[in-house]
Design a binder for this molecule. Structure first.
Ligand SMILES: *[C@@H]1O[C@H](CO)[C@@H](O)[C@H](O)[C@H]1NC(C)=O
Ligand SMILES: *[C@@H]1O[C@H](CO)[C@@H](O)[C@H](O)[C@H]1NC(C)=O
Ligand SMILES: *[C@@H]1O[C@H](CO)[C@@H](O)[C@H](O)[C@H]1NC(C)=O
Length: 536
């Protein structure tokens, strides 16, 4: 019945993860890690650029292509790149200008009477999601689905202003505006397909899953249901019970220990390495030792304690990314598609460098081992002569990473420091409670038709929906004990654990149900006022 299945020879240590479903409630307390900024400042109105005169996509009704079993040609060759004008500001008349939003339409499997599978774009070039959202591609033939990948404003190529002017014009970068872009796009697609009742299923991972969740709650007339992979919607201030802002680090640590299949000494060696860094960092001589052991570049001089702390945070964030990207097969998803991919289970690969229990006895050796371990992430290209701890692994996407910092608060969460940081970097003051006031925190009974999936290797799962929500229609939580960041949305792979296959089966069950319900929706009739009067 389900098109997705995995080979049976991949049973990973399921039993090791007992933190499933029920009993998880106490852990789901929240840090206000991701608080949407309500951008308050008013800046000069911008004019749209990037006006590419390409017409809107029109449905094609050619013969249906054969489903493909392997994927030799790049996926993008099955898609058309589209541009559409959309309002810069959907909610005010003060600035009526438009900009060009990019989206991709892939119609190989589309047939009249089919459905639209809509990727709710998040904080990167939308091609990253087109290339990696295998669940949409694998289900498309069976549901005659038109695949649409919509790019989030300000990211990728959907920039409302020329690069140099973007930073001065950030006020229209909000999730509300992005969702309004998607809403108007879906409205247009329906018209182009000449099928006002076409079922639309949303897909999104991470922030895309958060957007997908809010999109379904806000625009249920435009999207019939949403698969939200690893969407940490419960990480905001003001939730009851509050988010456990230690859960992220706790899960990263678990991944780097025997529980996560890693070398047993790894997590404690990493902790010792942080101590060694801070201890050596106190003296000039010690900082010299650190610089040599970690192979730091000339431009990354350690002039004092503050630099050492920044270095430590930079090294620690490698572990955060490795944990999010702890997939059972090689993947470059977490480095934004940059080649070569990270190895399978990259946390375990990093931990192999830190397996020796005696490392703490020799601090320089411990730091050299740490360098090799974080190199699994930062040096995945294996061509860095030295580390510059002010640089990410994929400089081309640094601008997107920057905007991410504008939209969301960094962690670990320190409200005061964060507000100061937002003011200094962006000139805006965050509104910590706005997300919860606007989207409802844990009170989602007014929503329906959402499947949230969470992998327990993923540090974001601590802010996700891990239990079915009762009292509303189809608010379903799916747990993938051996899954990293939205593993279920990726292409299926022989190395997938059975739990992700089961998760995809549940997701497909609901997709099929929502499509049936959308097609069976009773047609509203016009109530004649006169007839009503006459009947009195
Ligand atoms: C997506 O795939 C295409 C074709 O394989 C490639 O050229 C492009 O760099 C990829 N983009 C990302 C962001 O992964
Ligand atoms: C990056 O990897 C290469 C190849 O393994 C290695 O020679 C180089 O020293 C590494 N760079 C750093 C900064 O660790
Ligand atoms: C929620 O309900 C679905 C059945 O619709 C079930 O497959 C799933 O395991 C339940 N989730 C949890 C976390 O119990």
């Amino acid at each position: 019945m389900f098109v997705l299945c995995c080979s049976k020879h991949s049973s990973i240590q399921r039993q090791l993860f007992r933190r499933c479903a029920a009993g998880e409630k106490s852990r789901m307390r929240v840090l206000a890690l991701l608080a949407l900024l309500g951008c308050l400042q008013l800046t000069a109105a911008g004019l749209p650029f990037r006006l590419r005169p390409r017409g809107p996509w029109r449905g094609s009704s050619g013969p249906r292509a054969q489903p493909e079993l392997s994927q030799p040609a790049p996926l993008i060759s099955q898609c058309k790149e589209m541009w559409r004008p959309t309002r810069l500001d959907h909610f005010s008349e003060a600035n009526p200008s438009e900009f060009q939003q990019r989206y991709f339409v892939c119609d190989k499997h589309w047939r009249e009477g089919g459905s639209v599978f809509f990727y709710v774009g998040n904080e990167a070039d939308v091609l990253l999601y087109l290339n990696n959202t295998g669940l949409m591609w694998e289900l498309a033939p069976k549901y005659n689905a038109l695949l649409v990948f919509a790019e989030h404003r300000y990211y990728g190529q959907s920039k409302p202003f020329p690069a140099k002017q973007l930073r001065k014009n950030m006020e229209w970068l909000t999730s509300e505006q992005a969702m309004a872009d998607y809403a108007t796009l879906i409205w247009e697609l329906r018209e182009q397909l000449k099928d006002p009742d076409v079922p639309v299923i949303g897909f999104g991972g991470s922030y895309g899953g958060m957007l997908g969740t809010w999109f379904r709650c806000k625009y249920p007339h435009l999207v019939d249901g949403v698969i939200a992979g690893s969407a940490p919607i419960w990480t905001y201030k003001g939730e009851r019970p509050p988010y456990d802002d230690g859960s992220f680090a706790k899960i990263v640590t678990q991944d780097a220990s025997a529980e996560g299949g890693s070398a047993p000494a790894c997590a404690s060696n990493v902790r010792e390495a942080w101590k060694a860094l801070m201890h050596l960092g106190k003296t000039e001589e010690g900082r010299q030792t650190i610089a040599v052991a970690l192979q730091l570049c000339e431009d990354s001089r350690l002039d004092g304690k503050a630099d050492v702390r920044a270095l430590r945070d930079w090294a620690a964030s490698a572990w955060d990314y490795l944990a999010m990207g702890d997939y059972p097969w090689p993947s470059s998803y977490i480095v934004n598609g940059a080649q070569p991919p990270l190895p399978a289970f990259p946390v375990r690969a990093a931990c192999e460098h830190l397996a020796d229990r005696d490392l703490p006895d020799d601090p320089p050796a411990l730091l050299r081992a740490l360098r090799s371990a974080i190199g699994v992430f930062y040096n995945h290209t294996r061509d860095l002569e030295c580390f510059s701890f002010k640089q990410g692994p994929n400089p081309e996407t640094d601008e997107d990473a920057d905007f991410w910092g504008y939209q969301f608060w960094p962690e670990p969460f320190d409200e005061k420091a964060t507000i100061e940081g937002c003011k200094a970097t962006w000139g805006v003051t965050p509104r910590p409670l706005w997300a919860t006031i606007q989207w409802g925190g844990r009170r989602l009974e007014g929503c329906s038709n959402i499947v949230w999936s969470n992998g327990l290797l993923d540090p974001w799962s601590g802010g996700g929906v891990l239990q079915n929500i009762t009292g509303a229609k189809d608010l379903v939580a799916v747990i993938i004990p051996e899954g990293a960041h939205h593993l279920d949305l990726m292409f299926s792979n022989p190395a997938d654990p059975p739990s992700v296959c089961e998760a995809r089966a549940v997701e497909e069950h609901y997709i099929a149900k929502w499509i049936r319900e959308a097609r069976g929706r009773p047609q509203p009739s016009l109530l004649q006022h006169g007839a009503l009067l006459a009947a009195q």
